[in-house]
Design a binder for this molecule. Structure first.
Ligand SMILES: Nc1ncnc2c1ncn2[C@@H]1O[C@H](COP(=O)(O)OP(=O)(O)OP(=O)(O)O)[C@@H](O)[C@H]1O
Length: 243
């Protein structure tokens, strides 16, 4: 993308759990305003990559530059404050707290005052009107789709520059997936850069402008969604067709 501003630059990243290496020599860039899908089969390392970017897992090697700042080895709170926000797999809402209180948890590091936070809540409600209807409901009693909306809304409450979303559509009905895809495009159009883990390759390639394909802890392919869609490996491995 010519003239684009780099937001995230990952170079030679390696990470894992204890002695088990999961990610090997991961390098990729994301520009401001992009919408990128991270694709890969079960166990490829997608969640591990998001956890490493958000500081939950410390990388063993490599560099992560975000908005010009080196993030490797930096505390997760600092990474949140820098504007890199992770919506984890499984949504991880706080049971016993209402929808609005879950949203407010996302704003815990903001120092721009109650009026700004109120505006952000209204933006989340306009994006997901069902959350507005259910604002006082215990988040644990929401449907799967509503929980995903609440988790994404909580991420938005942190005012992200880059929002990482793990398993956008997992376990959700096609109609809800369509709603979430439309919401991704609106969030992106309002200026938030997105990196979305999506196991359904059809959904991923129709959602995103660019794709990264992770295979056994390494980036196997990357490029525009339209060209990835034509790639023989994608057809053979993920779309179940042979060109
Ligand atoms: N907490 C953990 N401790 C040890 N190993 C882990 C842990 N979490 C994940 N792994 C291992 O790391 C590898 C990558 O897992 P990861 O969850 O990142 O993959 P994924 O691509 O997100 O897969 P899925 O789509 O199944 O969630 C797997 O082999 C997994 O068993």
């Amino acid at each position: 993308m010519s003239g684009a501003t780099r937001l995230l630059s990952v170079q030679g990243l390696g990470a894992g759990y204890g002695d088990i290496a999961v990610l090997n020599d991961i390098s990729f860039d994301i520009d401001v305003g992009d919408l990128v899908a991270l694709i890969g089969s079960n166990g490829a390392g997608k969640s591990t990559l998001l956890r490493t970017l958000s500081g939950v897992i410390k990388p063993s090697v490599g560099k992560v530059q975000f908005n010009g700042e080196e993030l490797c080895g930096v505390a997760p709170e600092h990474i949140v404050a820098a504007g890199l926000i992770h919506v984890p797999e499984g949504r991880r809402l706080f049971a016993g707290l209402s929808v609005v209180d879950n949203l407010l948890v996302g704003a815990y590091l903001r120092r721009d005052g109650k009026a700004a936070i109120r505006r952000s809540i209204d933006e989340v409600y306009s994006l997901f009107p069902r959350l507005a209807e259910r604002r006082h409901q215990d988040a644990a009693t929401l449907s799967g789709g509503e929980q995903q909306m609440c988790a994404i809304g909580r991420g938005l409450m942190a005012n992200p520059r880059l929002l990482l979303i793990d398993e956008l559509s997992l376990g959700l009905a096609p109609r809800v997936v369509d709603e979430l895809i439309a919401a991704m495009h609106r969030i992106n159009a309002r200026g938030t850069t997105l990196l979305v883990v999506e196991q359904d390759v059809e959904v991923a390639l129709s959602l995103a402008r660019h794709g990264l394909v992770l295979d056994q802890g390494s980036i196997r392919l990357s490029g525009e969604s339209s060209s990835l869609r034509q790639h023989p490996l994608i057809h053979a491995a993920y779309l179940g067709e042979v060109l």
